[in-house]
Design a protein around this ligand. Sequence first.
Ligand code: UDP
Ligand code: MG
Length: 332
Amino acid sequence: MSDTLYIVVPCYNEEEVLQETASRLKYKLTELMEKGLISEKSRVLFVNDGSKDKTLEIIEQLHASCSLFAGLSLSCNKGHQNALLAGLMTAKDYADAVISMDADLQDDINAVDGMWQKYMEGCDIVYGVRSKRKTDSFFKRLTAEGFYKLMDFLGAKTIYNHADYRLMSKRALEALENYREVNLFLRGIVPLIGFKTDKVYYERSERFAGESKYPLKKMLAFAFEGITSFSVKPIRLITLLGFLITLLSCGMFIYTLVRYLQGNTEVGWASLIISIWAIGGLTLLSIGIIGEYIGKIYLEVKSRPRFFIDKLLLDTGEDKLEAEKATSAKAE
Ligand code: UDP
Ligand code: MG
């Protein structure tokens, strides 16, 4: 008996791409089933992240038309990472392994075969890694690659050029469940889990329809989230900066004293003003960054639930009953 695969797809206002994505995924799953590689109970689980368009209706139609499609709908828009987590945590109860991918299929779905192959060879986590970024705009490529390098420099363990296209086995997902943080940055958390891991390379293509749901503002917020959730280096850098400035001011003190002894005390207005501004600015900046960490502690201490499930549409294949459960608070 082969293992069950679930493909989890977070969707936010994806009405333009969903039909096409669904048919391509159905083709892929059927192909794998026919080869006997995955069980008949394998599914595609679409997670509706509080979309404002027809995404939920489309998911419901898909589910009604074919039992390969399952749906999960969140109570409101919770963001990509939370939607993905909701899907993974739901799928892990039914699947042996779960692959997460975006609704726009920018990530080549043929990499699924490679991932499954590695899973069957005993890997618990298989990362999809973009080998080229030819189709991304110059700006997106520059910012994205710069971000991976910065994360690396700051000491957070992330996989270069890997987004959220990955396979995780049931036990890796069970391990993931133990990370209770609210400031979710999955590509930083997953490498902390360990177990046997591998990579599969693919080429990233363009979105075939619709617009990116990650405008620059969201992208920057996401990068900042990643850095402050995974690295305390910014705080260390502040300490270092403070130390250097103290040294500098010692030098300035000696310099001023010498000028004073020479009888040249009137000089220095400019440097005085400049240092006031510089030190004022640096102090504010430092307080701001420290505040960022305190803000995070605040959020973690409150440990608010990360999502609520409104609806689960799933036909597991064991009983043909329509499993339409109104489940509440999957992850407290
Ligand atoms: N997404 C989501 N909730 C959000 C924003 C995005 O579930 O609040 C989903 C979106 O539907 C897509 C995936 O996250 O499946 C990645 O988004 P997108 O393709 O727009 O990002 P990009 O590829 O441009 O970085
Ligand atoms: Mg995309």
